[in-house]
Design a protein around this ligand. Structure first.
Ligand SMILES: Cc1cc2nc3c(=O)[nH]c(=O)nc-3n(C[C@H](O)[C@H](O)[C@H](O)COP(=O)(O)OP(=O)(O)OC[C@H]3O[C@@H](n4cnc5c(N)ncnc54)[C@H](O)[C@@H]3O)c2cc1C
Length: 504
């Protein structure tokens, strides 16, 4: 008899768990509340334009542990065209001057030395720290399943990276840039004003360019929607069951003789029940722990995480369909506009403008999709509803349009479609807690820490998804799905496989 795994949530983590479950001979049912799979990895069409909500960079597009996962999930195939941008972002300062962040570390070093020869010492030190993180690689196996040899091999391979990350993991970006002490005004504006206040650990900043520099964090042409579709197709073709438009209300529990509980299935909002041998929750971790499990299995570590770890500030996304070609010399532009407003949001640093002209699937021929995004505190949105919410969207559209026209005066009279998503949109469609689109920030307080995938006192249950690993994003979400099944196979004394077994 196949054991039945029920997976709550059909985002990246849930679909990944479903695929590895099927590859390992389990019956797998993914239950998703939205009417389409993908969770936050999504996009939508408006009058011929496609507005992407997720992938602008994908770690693992060319090699390494994450690349193998994308291949195993069918997300990247030999036919998937990957674009690696030369410039990660162009930064526009309030005086109109610009500053480039090259994707390639060596090129960026040359550029920085040209801009600020007087800061050569600090530049060399920062670039050396960045370069040393290039040997960073992910473990293949789930925690608890690694051998001493795995750790020794990792230590030898990643020696330099581990030293740098160990030194700067608990340091704030502000402390790191203060230590470097750039003096050139353009560098100070970029590092001290734009980056230093990011609540990231300095190590997260140093790792930022490592994957780009190795051309291993590209953009798959087509973006989020076909990416999700390929994974969904793989799950279905392996015989997985996908139930859409069904919201899970509870995880069903049974007391175990000798103490503790066991998850035995799920109850849906309409009262129906799906029994399971094992339940995996790939839904938002906050609602899983405090809602679906009624707060019964909170560890001190999880409690501490949800109370004290910073989360990603949610985003507003303003989408523009432009009925003319707008060449994407720089696909992403970061405009510094600290303290200015878009709608009611006072911008912490500024906003980003993404021009998708490099992806022909995003707009009809001769036209262009452009997206403007800015961070906005959840506090501003949590109680905003009805007319006040609609008014705020109108104000945002007017302000964002004015800012886009300042950047691209040539598109005046050519904006043919507009569309806005707010943190409330994300929460409505995916349940993501407080709109924190990648979960916990990789800050100095949690660097190297993760949430427990298995909860003490609860058998037959695994927690996966972006919240398990601070920093979040698609690769860790997908990896958590893989690890859930690997842990289960180990428990059942069953070999874990990552490809379909050949049939006799
Ligand atoms: C604007 C934006 C840009 C991003 N850019 C990138 C990027 O460039 N690169 C990158 O790697 N990552 C990016 N991310 C982050 C990435 O999208 C997420 O980290 C990842 O998709 C999380 O996957 P997940 O499966 O953990 O969670 P989710 O995608 O949130 O999936 C959870 C799923 O569970 C479902 N669900 C929740 N509760 C229930 C319930 N009670 N019953 C049934 N179903 C339920 C939800 O509907 C959802 O489908 C971006 C995200 C956003 C929003």
């Amino acid at each position: 008899m196949e054991k039945h795994i029920v997976i709550i949530g059909g985002g990246m983590a849930g679909l990944s768990a479903g695929i590895y479950a099927r590859l390992n001979g389990f019956k797998a049912t993914v239950v998703e509340m939205h009417d389409q799979p993908g969770g936050q990895c999504t996009a939508w069409d408006r009058d011929g334009y496609r507005f992407d909500h997720c992938i602008h960079w994908l770690v693992g597009t060319s090699s390494g542990t994450f690349h193998r996962i994308w291949e195993e999930l069918g997300a990247l195939t030999p036919a998937t065209r990957i674009v690696d941008h030369d410039v990660f972002t162009r930064v526009v300062a309030p005086d109109g001057s610009d500053f480039l962040v090259h994707s390639n570390i060596d090129e960026w070093e040359r550029y920085l030395l040209q801009v600020a020869p007087e800061d050569a010492q600090a530049i060399h030190r920062m670039i050396a720290d960045m370069r040393s993180t290039s040997s960073m690689e992910q473990f293949e196996d789930a925690p608890g399943l690694r051998s001493v040899v795995d750790y020794v091999k990792a230590g030898v391979h990643m020696g330099g990276a581990l030293l740098t990350l160990g030194k700067h993991g608990r340091q704030s970006c502000r402390a790191y840039f203060d230590e470097l002490g750039f003096t050139n005004p353009r560098l100070k504006l970029f590092f001290d004003d734009l980056y230093a206040d990011m609540p990231f650990s300095a190590a997260a900043f140093l790792m930022m360019l490592a994957w780009f520099s190795q051309k291993n964090a590209g953009y798959p042409i087509g973006g989020s929607l076909p990416f999700t579709q390929r994974i969904t197709d793989r799950f279905l073709s392996l015989g997985g069951e996908l139930r859409l438009g069904q919201r899970v209300k509870h995880i069903l529990l049974e007391p175990k003789s000798g103490g503790g509980s066991r998850a035995t299935g799920i109850e849906l909002e309409d009262g129906s029940v799906i029994p399971a041998d094992h339940v995996i929750s790939a839904a938002d971790a906050h609602s899983t722990i405090y809602g679906l499990l009624n707060g019964h299995f909170i560890t001190p570590h999880i409690h501490e995480a949800f109370r004290h770890w910073a989360t990603f500030t949610p985003l507003v996304q303003v989408c523009f369909g432009i009925d003319m070609e707008v060449p994407a010399t720089f696909p992403t532009t970061t405009v510094i506009a600290r303290g200015e407003r878009i709608g009611s949001t006072e911008l912490r640093t500024g906003f980003n403008v993404m021009n998708y002209a490099f992806d022909p699937t995003m707009a009809p021929k001769g036209k262009t999709s452009i997206i403007l995004r800015f961070e906005t505190p959840w506090e501003l949105w949590k109680d905003l509803d009805g007319g006040a919410y609609q008014e705020e969207k109108k104000r945002i559209l007017a302000d964002a349009t004015a800012r886009l026209l300042k950047l691209h005066p040539e598109i005046a009279g050519h904006i043919s479609v507009t569309d806005i998503t707010t943190p409330k949109t994300d929460v409505r469609y995916t349940g993501v807690w407080q709109g924190a689109y990648e979960g916990f920030l990789p800050g100095p307080e949690n660097f190297g820490k993760t949430l427990e995938m298995r909860l003490p006192g609860l058998d037959g249950f695994t927690l996966i998804g972006q919240w398990v690993f601070p920093g979040g994003g698609l690769p860790p979400a997908a990896q958590s799905g893989k690890w859930a099944i690997q842990l289960l196979c180990k428990e059942l004394h069953q070999e874990f496989v990552t490809a379909q077994r050949a049939t006799a």
